[in-house]
Design a binder for this molecule. Sequence first.
Ligand code: DON
Length: 560
Amino acid sequence: MKTTRISIRFLLIFALVAASVLRPAAAEECGIASAHALATKAGCEILKSGGNAFDAAVAVAAALAVVEPFASGIGGGGFFLLHRASDGFEVFVDARETAPARATREFFLGESATARPKASLEGPTAAGIPGEPAALDWIAARYGKLPLARSLAPAIRLAERGFPADARYASASAMREALLKNNAGAATTFLDSGKAAAPGFVVIQRQLARTLGMLADQGGYAFYHGDFASQLAQTVKSAGGLWELSDLENYRVIERPPLKLIYRGAKITTAPLPSAGGLVLAQSLFILESVNMAGLSGPDRAHYAVEAMRRGYHDRARYMGDPDFVAVPVAKLASREYAQRRGASIDPARATPSGELAQETQTADEGGDTTHFSIIDAHGNRVAATLSVNGPFGSGFVAGDTGVLLNNHMDDFGLVAGVPNLYKLVGSGANAVEPGKRPLSSMSPTFVEDDRGVFVLGTPGGSRIISMVLEGILDYVDQPQPDLARSVAAPRFHHQYLPDRIEIEPGGFPEQWVAAMKAKGHAVEVGRRKWGNMQAVFFDKKTGRIEVANDPRGQGGVLF
Ligand code: DON
C-alpha cells in the first residue's frame, strides 16, 4: 500500500517536472521562430537531441544560410544576443564583417564624389570579411552542449540534398537575376538555367555543403587560415576584390556587453555598437517615457513615435560608428537626461523639420537582406540573432568552388558624404571606411522582460529594423495584454531623420490617420511594399507557456 502511494506520488512529481521542463521543446514549434520552416525544424532537431538554445541557434543560423541564401550566410555576418538561464549571463556576440586592409575611402570614391559607387554593392569589392563562420564555432564551443559538427548536420544535409524554392526565394532571384548572371557560381547555383527560379525549383548547393563539412570537421579556424583561406582570398583578389589572406587571419568575433535600459518597468536588453539599434532605441524610448502613449489616439501616438525616431536616427547619422575605431559618446546618447533634453523640442501639434535638427550645434563631447530568429529553450536560455549578407543575395559573388556567397556590407559604411546608401541612410565620418573597421548596422536583436513574461524579437529590414523593433516594444509594453501575433503583424510606419518623411506600409493606415499626420506637418509616403519579417518568441511567466509568432509578411513576396 505504502509502496503504491509513494510510487503514485513519485509519478505525479515526475509528470509535473517533466511537463514543466519538456513543454516548450515538446511544443510543435520548440520555442523557435525563424524565417524558414526548414531552419526552425533544424533547430528543433538539435533541441530534441539534447542541445540547448545556443546549439539550436548554430543549427538555425547554418540552415538559414542554406535555405535563405539571399538573406544571410557564411559569406556574411551578424549579431547573436544570448541569455544563459543558469546564471543570467547576457552577451552580444558581434560577428559583423570587417573592412579588408586595402579598403580605403579613395577606392570607393573612385572618380566621383557625388555618386554612390557600385563597388560597394556588386561583385567582390562589395564584400567585407565574413563573421558568421567564426561565430558558429564560437557559440558552439563556449555556450553549446553539442559538438559543432552535430549542430551543422541539418544544414549540410539541406545543402547537399537541396530544398524547394519558395515564393520569397523566387522573388529575390527575380530581383537579382542580372547580378547573379554575372558570376558563374552564383548563376549555376541560384538560377534555373540562367533565369530567375520559380517556386518549387530545387536549390542544391554541394560546394557549400563541402565548406560547411570542413567547418564541422575542423572548426571555424579552417575558414580563416591555411589552404581554404588562401584560396578564398586569392579568388576574391583575382576577380578584382580587396581581400588578402591576412584580412581573414585577423578576423575576430567580439563579445560585447549588451545595451540595457528600463522602459516603463520593462527590462530591454539589446544591441550595442556597431549596431546603432540600441542607442536609437534608448533615445526613442526615453523620449516616449514622459508621454502618455497608452492614452493617446493613433495619430498622436504615431506623431510622438516619429519625432522620437527622427531624433534617434539623427544621432545615428552624426555620431555612430564602430566603437573600436571612433569615440562615440555612448554614455550620453544612452542617458535619460540627454533623451529628455532632445525630446523637449517636440511640438505636440507640429512635425519638427529634420533640417531644423541639423542646425543644432554639436557640443564638444559629442564626438551613426538579412534574417532574424528568436529562441527560448526549456531551461530559459534565450537567443535573438539577426544575420545578413546585406542586399538580396549580397554581392552576387560566389567565391570559386567554395559555395560561399559573399555579402555586400561595404555599402553600410558612410562612403560618400551626404550620399545615401542602399537604405537611404546618410553617414558621418564616424562611419567612414577604414581597414579592419566594422560598418555601422541597424540590426537589433532584443529581449524585453517584465512581470508578464519574456519577449524575444528582431527582424530584417535595413534602416527600418530599428523602427520596427521600437514599435514591437511599444506594442508589448503599452498594451494591457501581450499579444504576440498583434505585435508582429501591426502595420508599420518609419522615419529615419533623412529623408524627412514618414514612410507607411501600403494598406496599413486609414485616410484619417494620414490626414491627421499631414495636418501636423508631416510628409507621408506610402511604401511600395510592406517591410520586415519579424520573428518573435514569448515566455508567459503566469502560464509557463511559450508562444511563437512569424511575421505574416514573410509568407510570400519580397520584403526588402
Ligand atoms: O546591418 C544592417 O543594418 C543592414 N545591412 C541590414 C540589411 C537588411 O536588414 C536587409 N533586409 N531586408
